[in-house]
Design a protein around this ligand. Structure first.
Ligand code: 5GP
Ligand code: ZN
Length: 123
């Protein structure tokens, strides 16, 4: 287990600090975001510490995609969502705050008003 001291998601993965866990297996943990942007917003997180997507072995890719699909389908059922966003921020310039790679799964409904990325005018 490559844990990084003072990494909040490493601590969550090891059960050292609590989370609202929705799923766990050997390589991943899924828990609800502490500040959800929509009800059910959850995070798919590898248990090992990789700072960004660029550090995560691509061999985990299939597992991640399977888990994202599973969580998206769960949210469509449980939250009656009509769709979901998969968001993955790489480096602070792109909005990454927690430097332990994680995948946001965000339930969406028609007309929910959530605007993920504001497009700039061409001006
Ligand atoms: P980022 O901006 O790095 O892609 O997203 C980090 C996410 O982690 C944020 O949505 C934030 O609300 C969430 N988060 C930060 N600290 C904690 C925590 O201690 N517990 C949980 N459950 N979520 C957290
Ligand atoms: Zn970590």
């Amino acid at each position: 287990m490559n844990k990084k001291e003072d990494c909040i998601f490493c601590k969550i993965a090891l059960g050292e600090i609590p989370c609202d866990k929705v799923y766990e297996d050997d390589n991943f943990i899924v828990f609800n975001d502490i500040k959800p942007i929509a009800k059910g917003h959850c995070l798919v997180v590898p248990k090992k510490h990789y700072e960004t997507l660029l550090d995560m072995p691509s061999t985990l890719g299939t597992e991640v995609i399977d888990l994202v699909k599973k969580q998206g389908l769960r949210l469509m059922k449980e939250q009656k969502a009509e769709g979901f966003n998969l968001v993955q921020n790489v480096f602070p310039a792109a909005g990454q705050i927690v430097m332990h790679v994680h995948f946001h799964v965000i339930p969406r409904k028609e007309g929910d008003g959530l605007r993920m990325f504001e497009k700039k005018d061409d001006k």
